[in-house]
Ligand binder design. Structure first.
Ligand code: FAD
Ligand code: NAI
Length: 466
């Protein structure tokens, strides 16, 4: 029977980072992944392909609409098959890269489906049906991730009614695309297809978009997307969907009551959240009972079963690749007897649309609900030289600082490249910085990052450039 110190089930950002860290710390490690490639949802059908299409479609729209304004006259033609090829090349390179990293760190990638057979035992079922039992000395780490949630009465056929995986691979640009759910997937992939020419209608159950995002930022975000042509139907629910050869008929109703109506679209994207994936994992063999929504509850990564840990999307918390990675490192360090820890107060979020939205820490709504007195520092990109000269002066930076101590409690940004810049707030917050620390730190000119400094100055009212 093959023997390992640590066996990790799942080869996504949670699983592969756990495997690498365990390899670095000298443990004998196996990572079980049933997909033909490593990298999980993120690399295969999530973060990476979606960002490839967002990047390419942004260039396309820029070439079509904005180049002339910069004095560049062009004739622009979309080549969708090549756009998909570029995306796939990126995915292949990165999934191969993970394979290389596992080898480099002496991790065995065991291909197949893993299930816990009992304490310290994992069975792997290969594609040909053969089974191997692994003997696990120290720890089993569950990193099986998540899958798209479904909607009652709507069947995702990946032809006309697609989930995010189908929406990343449409072979034609829809004339009309209905998106169910104004969350991150809906707005990112909705943006891709709108830029490429689709008329996009987003249907959202709530009366706001992107729940969880700071409200003021979400309102500005919705206005920006609407200006680009995205149509929003908030407070609306879809009660039925009928797919035909040429399109889909949706029945929609106001959530507050009222008459139902029919909405037609060439394609429908269902993106109403994701659910944890634990099917066939043998949790019952070690007495782990997922919560009502299927998540595995953990305490610093430990499940209720001794020697069994869980990380990433299959556990509670934001479903983000870097959260899975943070938990992976912490859990492996704890298994190795070190002081692994995740600071859940400093996990950033980014929506990779244009404008981008990025935030970290508490929202104004959360601070108000917790009764914490705070000060706001704000700065608009219309007053930022670089954004202005690049003709992308949209949005703002907002920082929230403790009214008494000036410690940064949260930062919310909408604008150009804010996804790259949010890491500055993360570092500041990890060092428990005050807003004044950022205000008095030199920032290069002319960069968009100066907007962060100006917002920090604004906490004490000494913004100099607006
Ligand atoms: P996963 O990546 O889901 O990996 C789990 C792996 O386990 C899978 O490969 C699965 O095949 C395997 N597996 C499951 N069960 C078994 C089993 N029994 N045996 C063997 N293998 C098994 N997050 C971001 O931070 N930034 C983004 O920009 C971003 N964009 C996204 C875009 C889309 C369209 C989607 C769908 C998601 C996006 N996410 C993004 C979320 C991100 O992909 C997830 O949070 C992340 O992949 C979670 O990592 P994980 O390791 O927990 O799970
Ligand atoms: P989400 O949770 O972000 O948004 C789902 C939306 O659907 C919500 O606004 C919700 O109110 C709405 N909704 C739920 N039921 C509905 C119904 N019946 N009718 C209409 N609307 C309904 O989920 P999404 O967009 O599917 O993304 C899943 C996860 O993937 C997110 O939690 C996110 O963490 C991750 N992700 C992260 C990205 C990033 O970091 N840039 C990109 C894409 C996904």
């Amino acid at each position: 029977m093959p023997q390992y110190d640590v066996v990790i089930i799942g080869g996504g950002p949670g699983g592969y980072n756990a495997a690498i860290r365990a390899g670095q710390l000298g443990m004998k490690v196996a990572c079980i992944e049933k997909r033909a490639t490593l990298g999980g949802t993120c690399l295969n059908v999530g973060c990476i392909p979606s960002k490839a299409l967002l990047h390419a479609s942004e260039y396309y729209e820029m070439a079509l609409k904005d180049f002339a304004g910069f004095g560049i006259d062009t004739t622009v033609k979309l080549n969708l098959p090549n756009m998909h090829k570029q995306k796939e090349a990126g995915v292949t390179a990165l999934t191969k890269g993970v394979e290389f990293l596992l080898k480099k760190n002496k991790v065995d990638w065991i291909k197949g489906s893993g299930a816990i057979a009992g304490a310290g035992k994992v069975v792997v079922k290969a594609e040909d049906g053969s089974e191997t039992t692994l003997d696990v000395a120290k720890a089993i780490v569950i990193a099986t991730g998540s899958e798209p949630a479904s909607l009652p009465g709507i069947t995702v056929d990946q032809m006309r009614i697609v989930d995010s995986t189908g929406a990343l691979a449409l072979a034609e640009v829809p004339k009309t695309l209905a998106v169910i759910g104004a969350g991150i997937i809906g707005l990112e992939l909705g943006s891709v297809w709108r830029r490429l020419g689709a008329e996009v209608t987003v249907i959202e159950f709530l009366d706001r978009i992107t729940p969880g995002m700071d409200e003021e930022t979400a309102k500005t975000f919705q206005r920006a997307l609407a200006k680009q042509g995205m149509v929003f139907r908030l407070g609306t629910k879809v009660t039925a969907a009928k797919a035909g050869d040429k399109g889909v008929e949706l029945t929609v109703e106001p959530v507050s009551g009222g008459a139902a109506e029919t909405l037609k679209a060439d394609y429908v994207l269902v993106c109403v959240g994701r659910r944890p994936f634990t099917e066939g994992l043998g949790l019952e063999n070690v007495g782990i009972k997922p919560d009502k929504r299927g998540f595995i509850e953990t305490d610093h990564g430990r499940t209720s079963a001794p020697g069994v840990w869980a990380i990433g999307d299959v556990t509670l918390g934001p479903m983000l690749a870097h959260k899975a990675e943070d938990e992976a490192v912490a859990v492996i360090e704890l298994i190795a007897g070190k002081a692994g820890h995740v600071n859940y107060d400093v996990i950033p979020s980014v929506v990779y649309t244009f404008p981008e939205v990025a935030w970290v820490g508490k929202t104004e709504e959360e601070l108000k609900a917790a009764g914490i007195a705070y000060k706001v520092g704000k700065f608009p990109f219309t007053a930022n030289a670089r954004a202005k000269v690049n003709d992308e002066a949209i949005g703002f930076v907002k920082v929230l600082a403790d009214a008494k101590t000036d410690r940064i409690l949260g930062a919310h940004m909408i604008g150009p490249d804010v996804g790259e810049m949010v890491a500055e707030w993360c570092v500041a917050m990890e060092f428990q910085a005050a807003s004044e620390d950022v205000a008095r730190t030199s920032h290069p000119h002319p960069t968009r990052s100066e907007a962060l400094r100006q917002a920090a100055m604004n906490v004490e009212g000494w913004t100099m450039q607006a």
